[in-house]
Write a protein that binds this ligand. Structure first.
Ligand code: ADP
Ligand code: MG
Length: 262
């Protein structure tokens, strides 16, 4: 419908996060459009994981507002006597909001006593109460997407790290997320297994999935990212296209970072 404003997939406004006295996010504004791939780069401890954990509500933000697909996350606005207050949403509603966001971690955390297929079936079965045959069908489709049709009946211990991470991606996709978050998905892998996971992520990006990816794989950022965001010390220092931020950084802190990693 023309004339309608386009709602970004992620709209973070003035996000702050404290852990006790520690001020870890110090005013983050981040906008990620529908279908966009945003790569977050920055030194260790700069707050990258914390942003992802706040977006999917594993952590509660200390201040600011976060909208995912137009919906205020974790909070509801209550207006009383002309004054607007923010209240924490009930847990069940937070769980519903979280179920729309897929997350893939450095450590794959598959259930060791379940096959690849059973791992992928688990969330649709438990959270969405999908029937067993439907969950099996869904899980087979997702495993096919990550190129693991022939590994459906293998246990995690029988799979390589790269295959396990691809199962973890299939598991997240089985919940039909509108947004996918990746936190250093290839950092725990042997170098020869990194490529197969990045290839699956690239394919997912090409299918139109909205993704925020924390990674040190600068080549992936250059090739796949629409937006690159460089963070340091709880702040966004610089953002733009890969060519702007990686190729021609303006800020000294960004230049210093790439001088070390490239
Ligand atoms: P990055 O992912 O960029 O390496 P993090 O978001 O993990 O950074 O961490 C940012 C800062 O927040 C670090 O100083 C880290 O020690 C601190 N931090 C992260 N999680 C917690 C926590 N649960 N409790 C206390 N401090 C934390
Ligand atoms: Mg991290």
């Amino acid at each position: 419908m023309s004339g309608q404003p386009v709602v970004p997939m992620v709209d973070a406004q003035g996000i702050h996060k404290f852990f006790g006295e520690l001020h870890v996010l110090r005013g983050i504004d981040l906008r990620v459009e529908r279908g966009e791939v945003c790569v977050l780069l920055g030194p260790s401890g700069s707050g990258k994981s914390t942003i992802l954990r706040c977006i999917n509500e594993m952590e509660q933000i200390s201040a600011g507002r976060l909208y995912v697909n137009g919906e205020l996350m974790g909070l509801r606005e209550v207006t009383r006597n002309g004054k607007t207050e923010l209240h924490r949403l009930p847990d069940a509603q937070i769980a519903r909001q979280r179920s729309r966001i897929g997350m893939v971690f450095q450590r794959f955390n598959l259930f060791p006593h379940m096959t690849a297929l059973e791992n992928v079936m688990e969330a649709p079965r438990q959270v969405k109460k999908v029937s067993k045959p439907d969950a099996q069908k869904l899980a087979r489709e997702q495993l096919a997407k990550v190129g693991l049709t022939d590994r459906a009946d293998h246990y995690p211990s029988q799979l390589s790290g790269g295959q396990q991470q691809r199962v973890a991606i299939a598991r997240a996709l089985a919940m039909d997320p509108e947004l996918m978050l990746f936190d250093e998905p290839t950092s725990a892998l042997d170098p020869e297994l990194v490529g197969e996971v990045l290839a699956v992520m690239k394919q997912l990006a090409e299918s139109g999935m909205t993704m925020i990816v924390v990674t040190h794989e600068v080549g992936f950022a250059r090739e796949v990212a629409d937006q690159v965001v460089f963070m340091d010390d709880g702040l966004i220092v610089e953002r733009g296209t890969p060519d702007q931020v990686i190729g021609h950084p303006v800020e000294q802190r960004t230049r210093d970072f790439f001088a070390k990693v490239l």
